[in-house]
Design a protein around this ligand. Structure first.
Ligand SMILES: *[C@@H]1O[C@H](CO)[C@@H](O)[C@H](O)[C@H]1NC(C)=O
Ligand SMILES: *[C@@H]1O[C@H](CO)[C@@H](O)[C@H](O)[C@H]1NC(C)=O
Ligand SMILES: *[C@@H]1O[C@H](CO)[C@@H](O)[C@H](O)[C@H]1NC(C)=O
Ligand SMILES: *[C@@H]1O[C@H](CO)[C@@H](O)[C@H](O)[C@H]1NC(C)=O
Ligand SMILES: *[C@@H]1O[C@H](CO)[C@@H](O)[C@H](O)[C@H]1NC(C)=O
Ligand SMILES: *[C@@H]1O[C@H](CO)[C@@H](O)[C@H](O)[C@H]1NC(C)=O
Ligand SMILES: *[C@@H]1O[C@H](CO)[C@@H](O)[C@H](O)[C@H]1NC(C)=O
Length: 341
């Protein structure tokens, strides 16, 4: 489906780097992580596989196609300006065709459903709504999309999140996306008052995403469990990975470049630059937890790890990209137009 040249130095590094990890020979665009290996008794995320196929070119056709729980794969062509959030039914794949499938005005809403895949779509400048909101939903794979607005003259609340994952959603992978020019990137758990709703859920894998010129939340989690590996962060303005309210993160093999203040914090404070709700000086929350796996390249960023957690090992097979290859590989492989639909 997709071909890639092997970066030359890789051949050397496979010989020289001796760790317990298995290293990749080329980008792996197959599904990995929590969406592929959900909790006991659940099947991997397959979206609309085996079902009806739709080709859509308008919001009207798209809105009609996403309804119902029958399995369906929907190929989206061209720009679709949604007049309201697109409520996606279960067992659905939304696949952008070529490198020009774009969603504007309103976002994609994955609510109260299971088994949804979104790939190869550009989602831009969604006002008054998230780019993608995943709420009370399980088994979701968000892969090879581009999320873009304008950053950051309008402040943190001009737009909402790019990919927000809330209300006990679970078993999600966010991979190979290009997140750029936006303030609040990806929130996992949207209130410190939702402990009883969210605890035990919000298992999310973030891998090989390219985040450039963003404000905060790459991601920010509460009460859940996130595995954040092999992401590339360039010119992040305020705070990148935030783990708070007893959230657990395993952070490994990520690369930080350009301007950067804080790459990872488990200090509970919701900083003033991240739209705190109750105080202009930031909201006080209980700290989160973090573990560091394979070495990260923090660039010029600082870290503030106040509590080391129990999430030390991802419960599924995955292949780490060698740290020295991450920047090149993620830039080449993330975003739209890399898959052939
Ligand atoms: C969708 O479009 C593709 C390529 O243009 C075509 O091969 C296929 O037959 C179409 N499918 C439907 C259900 O219209
Ligand atoms: C579609 O989703 C529902 C859950 O909403 C599930 O019960 C059903 O088995 C799914 N159908 C297929 C064909 O996967
Ligand atoms: C999701 O389920 C809740 C509780 O049953 C309901 O209030 C809400 O309207 C549902 N949302 C959608 C989009 O179906
Ligand atoms: C969550 O979604 C399920 C359907 O999958 C629904 O039965 C339930 O009421 C929803 N719960 C909430 C709190 O929205
Ligand atoms: C980095 O920050 C400095 C000072 O705010 C700014 O002048 C410069 O343009 C920034 N560089 C990039 C690449 O954003
Ligand atoms: C790091 O966390 C501690 C709380 O444990 C806090 O007092 C300190 O201000 C934090 N440092 C930064 C730079 O935010
Ligand atoms: C802000 O805080 C108030 C009071 O704690 C709460 O009712 C409200 O839902 C919060 N809003 C958001 C967006 O979190």
């Amino acid at each position: 489906m997709t071909t890639f040249r092997l970066p030359f130095p890789f051949l050397l590094s496979i010989i020289l780097i001796g760790t317990s990890h298995v290293y990749a020979a080329a980008p792996q665009f197959d599904q990995v992580g929590f969406s592929k290996f959900p909790g006991a008794g659940l099947r991997e995320t397959t979206g609309g596989q085996g079902g009806r196929v739709f080709n859509v070119t308008s919001s009207k056709e798209l809105e009609a196609a996403v309804k119902g729980s029958d399995s369906k794969t929907i190929y989206i062509q061209g720009n679709i300006a949604l007049s309201r959030a697109l409520g996606v039914g279960p067992n659905t794949s939304l696949l952008g065709v070529g490198s020009g499938a774009t969603i504007t005005r309103s976002g994609i809403s994955i609510k109260n459903v299971t088994n949804v895949i979104v790939r190869n779509l550009k989602i831009s400048k969604i006002l008054g709504d998230d780019g993608i909101e995943i709420r009370n939903s399980t088994r979701v794979w968000i892969d090879h999309n581009e999320f873009e607005s304008d950053c950051c003259g309008g402040g943190p609340d001009k737009y909402d999140g790019q990919v927000d994952i809330v209300r006990a959603s679970d078993w999600i992978t966010v991979s190979w996306n290009y997140f750029h020019d936006h303030w609040k990137a990806s929130l996992v758990g949207n209130s410190d008052a939702l402990r009883s709703v969210d605890t035990g859920h919000l298992h999310v894998t973030y891998h090989h995403n390219y985040w450039r010129h963003e404000g905060t939340r790459g991601p920010a989690g509460r009460f859940g469990t996130q595995h954040v590996y092999n992401n590339l962060y360039v010119d992040y303005l305020h705070q990148v990975i935030h783990s708070r309210s007893d959230n657990q993160v395993l952070v490994e093999g990520n690369v930080f470049r350009g301007n950067c203040t804080e790459a990872l914090s488990t200090y509970g404070l919701v900083i003033p630059m991240d739209s705190p709700n109750t105080s202009v000086n930031g909201d006080e929350e209980i700290d989160g937890y973090a573990n560091l796996g394979a070495v990260n390249d923090w660039g010029t960023c600082k870290t503030n790890i106040t509590r080391v957690g129990t999430f030390t090992k991802a419960p599924y097979p995955y292949t780490l990209t060698p740290l020295a290859e991450v920047e090149q590989l993620v830039k080449a492989g993330a975003g739209i137009g890399k898959l052939q639909f």
